[in-house]
Design a protein around this ligand. Structure first.
Ligand SMILES: Cc1cc2nc3c(=O)[nH]c(=O)nc-3n(C[C@H](O)[C@H](O)[C@H](O)COP(=O)(O)OP(=O)(O)OC[C@H]3O[C@@H](n4cnc5c(N)ncnc54)[C@H](O)[C@@H]3O)c2cc1C
Length: 459
């Protein structure tokens, strides 16, 4: 016997809870299934805890620089890792409890704490009970990828989840993976006081960015004495006494790094292998991501996939936008689509990188005629006043339409200022709308009109 619902939501990441709430408000009888911590990755082991830790690291960094601002600390700086972790746990825990309470309090909804698995396209089993619905929404997210690294089974290591329990200072943290997650942890732990080495397979950090952005980030990190080992084509690990040795080149044992702790940050995999998708007729790609159309319908009628598991995005905002698309289509008669959105994301090192749209390299490869402008943060008054002048801003505009194609703002408040350009892109406004606008002095945003007044052909 099955228990009948109108809708089943599997997973409470960044799409599931809001969708469950909308569906229940619309009068549907909803089942919500969560096997782990409510709120998923972002709340428990991703954005919220990491950005809370980044804030502690920033405080330590600024305190070290206090004398530059005429402020005397009056003694050596101490970072109390137990208090850093307690603050992180408090912020993240509040959010996790908030999502759980929200779900438990929904009218028309039943919350199941357990692993959900399809038995057919209409049924999901959880804790021995069989739930049935005509509409099923998958929001199961992802987890850290375990690379096929020789020796990994011989050494202890952290992923983004395990490192959340650290309440001590690693003497030397080796981070395998020089992309977004790895770089945030690298700078944060360096600022807490650890030695840090980033080991990256490629020739650049965050390889999908333009080379000037990637190089500037490398310079910022090297400037804080973070060691960066690029071109590590064959990475291995082993224990030597109580040390961890990471080999960078399987043919050359001399190329190695020795540290006290290891963090793996080499990518993510979707949590789809144990969902019984085959029983439901839901197709995946070769990496296990669920195939969806532009409105997030899977190959099985009545089943949708939202968030990181559908490969349409890998961010909290893309997952939340997935919820909005599905809710708009189902409940508001509004045919919103994934292809309506513009790629955007941040890298939350200090200073942060805010990105929107295409990179300059992508624009060049597309063959469009375009204009580009760049400006170093040393020429932004607010950055100078704050003593935070690292980085630069850059924007690429289509010559014919005058519309903004993409932008990167690596600099103080770059993660906020980018939205000004992003919203102009959504409005499909010509760049002259911004270049003629008057902005507040002194702000970083004030220089965006000036930046746009200095466009030159993109060579
Ligand atoms: C270290 C780190 C930092 C990040 N920082 C940022 C950032 O700054 N900004 C940003 O936009 N993004 C960031 N992200 C990415 C962001 O966390 C995810 O994109 C976001 O959480 C969206 O995930 P989701 O909604 O797909 O599902 P998730 O948040 O992964 O949640 C999925 C949920 O489904 C549950 N589940 C899985 N399988 C089942 C099952 N079979 N039955 C029941 N429940 C199940 C899981 O327990 C989990 O609670 C970061 C990620 C990491 C790892």
């Amino acid at each position: 016997m099955s228990i009948r619902f109108d809708a089943i939501v599997i997973g409470t990441g960044q799409a599931g809870p809001s969708l469950a709430a909308r569906l229940s408000q619309a009068g549907m009888k909803v089942a919500v299934i969560e096997r782990g911590k409510f709120g998923g990755t972002c709340v428990n082991t991703g954005c919220i805890p990491t950005k809370t830790l980044v804030a502690s690291a920033y405080a330590a960094h600024l305190a070290r620089r206090a004398a530059e601002y005429g402020v005397e600390i009056g003694g050596p700086l101490q970072v109390d890792m137990k208090r850093v972790k307690a603050r992180k746990d408090e912020v993240s825990g509040r959010s996790n409890a908030g999502v759980e309470k929200w779900m438990d309090g929904l009218t028309n909804a039943t919350v199941y704490r357990g692993h959900g698995r399809f038995e057919s396209a209409r049924t999901v089993r959880v804790n021995g009970e069989l739930l049935e619905a005509d509409k099923i929404f998958i929001n199961v997210g992802g987890r850290a990828l375990m690379p096929p690294m020789p020796g990994l089974d011989q050494v202890p290591y952290f992923t983004n989840s395990g490192i959340m329990d650290v309440d001590f200072l690693p003497e030397h943290l080796i981070i395998v993976g020089g992309s977004y997650i790895g770089l945030e942890f690298a700078q944060m732990y360096r600022r807490f006081g650890s030695k840090v080495t980033i080991v990256e397979k490629g020739a650049h950090l965050i390889a999908r960015e333009d080379e000037d952005v990637s190089k500037a980030i490398e310079e910022i990190l090297r400037g804080e004495n973070i060691q960066i080992r690029l071109n590590a084509e064959c990475i291995s690990a082993r224990k030597e006494g109580d040390r961890i040795v990471v080999g960078l080149d399987c043919a050359d044992p001399i190329r190695r790094v020795e540290g006290s702790h290891l963090l793996l940050a080499v990518g993510r995999v979707p949590n789809t292998g144990d969902l019984g998708l085959d029983k439901a007729g839901v197709e995946t790609d070769s990496a296990g991501y669920i195939k969806v159309d532009d409105q997030l319908r899977t190959s099985a009628a009545g089943i949708w996939a939202l968030g990181d598991c559908n490969r349409k995005g890998a961010f909290t905002h893309t997952s939340y936008n997935d919820y909005e698309i599905v809710a708009a289509n189902l409940l508001d008669n509004d045919p919103r689509r994934v292809s309506d959105r513009i790629a955007t994301y941040g890298l939350f090192i200090d200073p942060p990188l805010g990105r929107a749209g295409m990179t300059a390299a992508e624009v060049k490869a597309s063959g469009r005629k375009a204009l580009i402008a760049t400006r170093p943060m040393t020429r932004v008054a607010r950055a100078v006043e704050k003593g935070e002048t690292q980085g630069f801003m850059k924007v690429v505009v289509e010559a014919e339409t005058k519309q903004i194609l993409g932008a990167a703002i690596l600099g103080v408040t770059g993660d906020e200022v980018i939205h000004l350009l992003l919203d102009a892109m959504y409005a499909k406004a010509p760049y002259t709308t911004i270049s003629r606008a008057m902005h507040i002095h002194p702000t970083v945003s004030e220089l965006i009109p000036t930046l746009l007044q200095s466009l030159e052909p993109l060579a």
